[in-house]
Design a protein. Structure first.
Length: 164
């Protein structure tokens, strides 16, 4: 909470909602053998493949907002589970392309349905997934996600640990 506000700050609420969502998705997808992070990867990959793209790990990291190293770790685990295939990009031998296997595609389709039902439950107070309030909320979230964040004060030894 901030000093000037009697209630929770927007940052605290965003953090709480993100955690609530992650836990709910983790629990809902556990029977399919997926975590929320893995779902983010396979669902994004599924959508990109349907659009005719076979993305590199870097491209998928940029798309999901996950660190490239984390995407690589997730992709390796999903490859071991038989859901993702990793191949060298013929145009760039340093890059690794990702694709869903048949099993990965089938699990992802089921996972998308589960998450869609969960999202409908979450958004019910706003009128549901297709309501005008939800569309406005989505627009607001998109606006916030488009903001570039950087520390306002460079951190050095003289101000390390100091509270702004």
């Amino acid at each position: 909470m901030s000093m000037g506000s009697p209630g929770p700050t927007p940052g605290f609420l965003v953090w709480r909602l993100a955690n609530k969502w992650r836990v709910a998705v983790d629990r809902a997808l556990a029977p399919l053998g997926l975590t929320h992070a893995q779902y983010s990867l396979v669902a994004s990959l599924y959508g990109m493949q349907r659009a005719g793209e076979r993305p590199s790990q870097r491209r998928l990291a940029d798309h999901t907002g996950l660190e490239a190293l984390y995407v690589s770790k997730l992709a390796r685990a999903l490859e071991s589970a038989g859901m993702v295939e990793r191949t060298r990009d013929p145009r760039d031998p340093r890059a690794v392309q990702l694709g869903l296997t048949d099993q990965g595609e089938a699990v992802t389709r089921r996972a998308v349905e589960v998450v869609r039902e969960l999202l409908q439950q979450l958004l019910e107070p706003l009128g549901g997934l297709d309501s005008p309030r939800t569309r406005a909320f989505t627009d607001e979230l998109t606006t916030l996600l488009d903001v570039s964040l950087a520390p306002s004060v460079p951190i050095d030894e003289s101000n390390r640990g100091a509270t702004p």
